[in-house]
Design a protein around this ligand. Structure first.
Ligand code: C5P
Length: 232
């Protein structure tokens, strides 16, 4: 399980996504679809991508009462996505309900991963806005352990944290890591970045790469470079 490059499809419309996918011909890709595209295009966009033979990480970050999350996950599972996610802040009971909703009659289910603290949340904001007075890395570790206890498959984290997460939660617990840039590429708005090769070294299971591939002059070449650096 694992070791794959997931392309973050942060496109504004279905037309742009299809234009991008058409460049790849027969290649089977792993694509991250986020809230913007899903809310704009609805479940039809998932069916369209699946019919082209690609895998999907549906990044909707569910966070609600356990029953609602369970029912919503049942709907997503029927869409045949390969990976989806929840906020660990929803509690262990909510994460357990998510797994229950995702699990199909035959016992199989998409991978389920947790978001711990968003990287946009600073220590200061966590303390002052959320009244959580522990250190942020302690909160991230604790939420990761909660996700593991609930039976989830892994968490989203920085590639810089992947080693620590594996040390604390076990090597089988998946780390899905954005913030990846080529050594000779532009960093853009990402702050702490790693190359695909460094992410592999540190033990990331999946890297999530957007603009270095989607905005590259030759996206197919950029994707292939990413795969060869990360997967080998
Ligand atoms: O274009 P880029 O490679 O920066 O895209 C990274 C993707 O990962 C985007 O979809 C971004 O929203 C997502 N992400 C992130 N950092 C996080 C969580 C998600 O960059 N902490």
């Amino acid at each position: 399980m694992g070791k794959d490059v997931i392309i973050a499809c942060d496109f504004d419309s279905k037309a742009e996504l299809i234009k991008f996918l058409d460049k790849f011909e027969d290649e089977s890709l792993y694509l991250k679809v986020g809230m913007e595209l899903f809310y704009a295009e609805g479940p039809a966009i998932i069916k369209e991508i699946k019919s082209r033979g690609h895998k999907i990480f549906l990044d909707l970050k569910l966070h609600d009462i356990p029953t609602t999350v369970m029912k919503a996950m049942k709907v997503l599972s029927e869409l045949d996505v390969d990976m989806c996610n929840v906020h660990a802040a929803g509690t262990i009971a909510m994460m357990e309900a998510a797994i229950k909703g995702l699990t199909k009659a035959d016992g199989t289910r998409p991978l389920l991963i947790a978001v711990t603290q968003l990287t946009s949340t600073s220590q200061e904001r966590m303390t002052e806005d959320l009244l959580i007075d522990r250190k942020i890395d302690e909160v991230v570790s604790h939420y990761a352990m909660n996700a593991k206890k609930a039976g989830l498959d892994g968490i989203v984290c920085s590639p810089l944290e992947a080693g620590k997460v594996h040390a604390e939660c076990g090597s089988e617990f998946l780390t899905i890591t954005p913030g990846v840039r080529f050594a000779d590429g532009e960093v853009g708005d990402q702050v702490r970045v790693m190359t695909p090769a460094q992410a592999r070294e540190i033990g990331s299971d999946y890297i999530v790469v957007g603009r270095p591939i989607t905005q590259a002059p030759d996206p197919v070449a950029a994707y292939k470079r990413c795969v060869s650096e990360f997967v080998g």
